[in-house]
Design a protein around this ligand. Structure first.
Ligand SMILES: Nc1ncnc2c1ncn2[C@@H]1O[C@H](COP(=O)(O)OP(=O)(O)OP(=O)(O)O)[C@@H](O)[C@H]1O
Ligand SMILES: [Mg+2]
Length: 458
């Protein structure tokens, strides 16, 4: 489903507002009209008119037409804060260069004297709509009715639309980006989506989870090594950077990388060169790096876990993925979506009843989208036909989300192979036997997981 672009019209002239709204709607826009009675009072904290404040906050507007009669202070407020990422049109009754200039200074990109000229405006609106819709690739025409989709990410709430807007801008560029968000919010999906919408989408997309590798291995995994460069280096090895050449490298949990290596990474980001461990000559690589962390990066910098210089280099573009509890209508929407996936996969028709929806909407989801997905999967398994609130055990799920090494009985001194086995089996159990989810959670391929499970059987 293509993303619907949203337009807000704040106009004192109702007849003009209606004509403009019809014109926008005919071009595929979803329009909200807000009447205007004289100037709007504004204060230091924002708009005094509650109703208007609500309208402005109701969603992330893609474009807005605002009557200059709302007052210059309001225009400034719209331009600077409220309608941050929105295409702003100022509409006036009399042509005035001075007014036009103050609107442009207030962040308005367009200015016209009423009435609007259909030819000019039509082209502009189509351009903006195309930009908004470029978000949704063709294959996204799936059977989801309520949620918008950008790449692999679903959501229609205001914070998600804002995220989509940023991704749309950042995606096609080559800049490094830092994806920040709580565990389970979809950081990996964001990274994959950035790759998918970039010019590099035909190139490789590789993921390295910095916490999943032993410290001494990360360097050779990242940069590769020459044969004989250390004991165990039996043959030359291409690192992630070399293998991701022409594509994207996703460095997950970047704060888990040791500081010396972070310095080397920074040098690579700046020079575009990598040097295999033990090599004399550097190699030129063309790789876009996207890093992620579920920690507050400024705190990680203060704790010495993230080098400040690397942080600034990565956070050139900082992409904040909002926690699920801030996504309002998306919570139930995603629940329905995950259920629909299960129904399709198993050819069933289970549904969520009102008590289940109320529970889902009222919960705060500390484990975010991942927790929601698991909760739906579990409720699905224990239900037939109707899924009610009693099918959920959310607090247990949340506690599970925070299970750690101690909970699965890993004492100091346990052989590494046994530790690995216990972690793998505990994750598998946590994922209700879902191997794909387990491999995903552990950052290993499905094939590796199958091989290991086969070993455990014998
Ligand atoms: N907006 C979304 N739409 C659909 N699925 C989502 C969305 N966000 C997350 N998911 C799903 O939720 C799960 C968790 O997402 P993901 O692995 O990207 O989170 P993460 O932020 O990388 O978590 P962690 O910090 O634990 O690594 C995945 O199964 C993913 O497909
Ligand atoms: Mg992740």
């Amino acid at each position: 489903m293509p993303i619907t672009p949203y337009c807000l019209i704040i106009d004192a002239d109702q007849a003009h507002a209606r004509r403009l709204a019809d014109f926008c709607e005919d071009r595929g826009w979803h329009v909200t009209l807000h009447p205007l009675d004289g100037a709007i009072t504004t204060g230091p904290t924002g708009v005094a008119d509650d109703e208007l404040g609500e309208t402005l906050d109701a969603r992330d507007w893609d474009c807005a037409f605002i009557d200059t009669r709302s007052g210059t202070e309001f225009m400034r407020l719209c331009g600077s804060t409220l309608l941050d990422d929105c295409e702003l049109f100022a509409m006036t009754d009399t042509d005035s260069g001075e007014l036009a200039e103050s609107c442009i200074r207030a962040g308005f990109s367009h200015y016209f004297c009423k009435p609007f000229t259909p030819e000019n405006l039509g082209l502009l609106l189509d351009d903006i709509r195309e930009e908004v819709e470029a978000a949704a690739p063709a294959e996204s025409a799936e059977k989801i009715e309520t949620l918008d989709q950008f790449g692999l990410i679903r959501g229609s709430s205001r914070p998600m639309r804002k995220l989509f807007r940023l991704l749309r801008k950042v995606g096609p560029t080559d800049t490094t980006a830092l994806v920040i968000g709580e565990s389970g919010t979809g950081k990996e999906l964001v990274a994959e989506t950035l790759h998918a919408v970039s010019d590099r989408s035909d190139g490789p997309y590789l993921t390295l989870n910095c916490s999943a590798l032993a410290e001494n291995l990360i360097e050779s995994e990242l940069f590769g090594h020459e044969k004989g460069s250390f004991s165990g280096a039996h043959k030359q090895h291409q690192g992630f950077f070399e293998r991701a050449n022409g594509g994207t490298l996703f460095l997950d949990e970047i704060t888990e990388m040791q500081p010396e290596l972070q310095a080397k990474l920074l040098r690579t980001l700046e020079s575009g060169e990598v040097r295999r461990v033990g090599a004399v000559e550097p190699l030129q690589v063309d790789v876009r790096v996207i890093a992620a962390t579920n920690r507050d990066p400024m705190v990680a910098v203060a704790d010495g876990q993230l080098r400040e210089d690397l942080y600034y280099r990565l956070a050139h573009i900082a992409i904040h993925v909002p926690p699920l509890r801030r996504r309002g209508p998306d919570i139930a929407g995603l629940a329905q979506f995950f259920l629909m996936q299960l129904n399709e996969r198993h050819d069933t028709t289970l549904w969520l009843n009102d008590s289940a929806i109320a529970l889902i909407e009222g919960y705060d989801w500390p484990g975010n989208v991942r927790q929601l997905r698991h909760a739906i999967e579990r409720a699905y398994i224990v239900s037939e036909g109707e899924i009610g609130a009693e099918a959920f055990h959310l607090e247990d799920d949340a506690a599970d989300t925070n299970l750690g090494a101690a909970d699965i009985g890993i004492p100091l001194g346990m052989p590494l192979a046994e530790v690995e086995k216990r972690i793998i089996l505990a994750n598998l159990e946590h994922a209700d036997g879902n191997k794909k989810a387990t491999a995903e959670a552990l950052g290993i391929s499905l094939k590796t997981l199958y091989n290991k499970l086969k070993d455990y059987e014998s």
